[in-house]
Design a binder for this molecule. Structure first.
Ligand SMILES: C[S@@+](CC[C@H](N)C(=O)[O-])C[C@H]1O[C@@H](n2cnc3c(N)ncnc32)[C@H](O)[C@@H]1O
Length: 235
């Protein structure tokens, strides 16, 4: 029988990198960094997730990967640009991915709806590029789930992160949540994975939090490091 690692390998490298037309990492699922796909696989298993949510599908490289790799899970994604959502919807329909639901929606609304509808969703936040950065509203909208924030500052020069209007996508984003969690996790850049990352260009960091679920699977994951969230002292 095919192992989970083999299954991830098989699906990951069959996805066309349509996002290459605009994405600085050349597109592909999870920015063509298979270690993130391996992490997601571990988390879906450890948290026994019942749904996957992605925000910001662009041309659907990650959406297609997730829907093809996890045909038994509902995969929700959205984009605020109608052409992106429509392209992704058609791409997945043509590939026969019946478990994917792609909509032209403002991402916080999707996060709120789906994290209330499901008990243990994995929520991958990757919506950006527009004038308004939806990340604060997305985080505030999570009712429960395991949350992965893309383009997060993990404090390592190999891994890029977002900055909007002088604000970095880093731990302060979690500290600014209406009800900040006590801890967050980042991948160890030197961790051993069962497959090598073949992305030689831009790689981005990822920050993880857990809302309303037992967070111990993150502490037990060998490639993740936990950190306390430091709240700003009020004046
Ligand atoms: C970096 S791209 C996403 C890449 C995609 N996740 C992938 O792996 O190929 C960011 C996308 O977020 C979308 N976006 C920006 N703001 C959004 C919002 N408020 N709601 C939904 N999508 C949004 C953009 O239109 C863009 O397509």
């Amino acid at each position: 029988m095919e192992s989970p690692v083999q299954a991830t390998f098989e699906v990951f490298y069959r996805v066309e990198r349509a996002g290459a037309i605009r994405l600085s990492d050349g597109g592909g699922p999870f920015g063509f960094d298979i270690t993130r796909a391996l992490l997601v696989d571990d988390l879906l298993d450890a948290f026994r997730c019942d749904a996957i949510v992605e925000t910001g599908c662009f041309l659907g490289d990650t959406t297609y990967y997730l829907a093809a790799r996890y045909p038994d899970l509902p995969v929700y994604s959205c984009d605020i640009v109608p052409e992106h959502a429509e392209f992704t919807r058609r791409r997945l329909a043509a590939a026969g991915c019946r478990n994917a639901l792609v909509s032209c929606t403002d991402s916080p609304a999707l996060v709120e709806t789906i994290s209330r509808l499901h008990e243990r969703p994995l929520i991958y936040l990757d919506a950006h590029w527009e004038d308004r950065w939806p990340l604060d509203a997305e985080l505030a909208a999570v009712a429960q789930g395991i949350v992965l924030v893309d383009d997060f500052d993990i404090g390592h020069p190999r891994f890029s992160f977002d900055t909007y209007a002088g604000r970095s996508c880093g731990p302060a984003i979690f500290a600014a949540m209406p009800s900040p969690p006590a801890r967050y996790w980042t991948p160890d850049p030197d961790a051993d994975w069962p497959l090598p990352c073949l992305q030689v260009g831009r790689r981005s960091g990822i920050g993880l939090i857990v809302i309303g679920l037992d967070e111990s699977p993150l502490d037990h994951h060998p490639a993740l490091t936990g950190h306390d969230i430091v709240l700003e002292a009020s004046a």
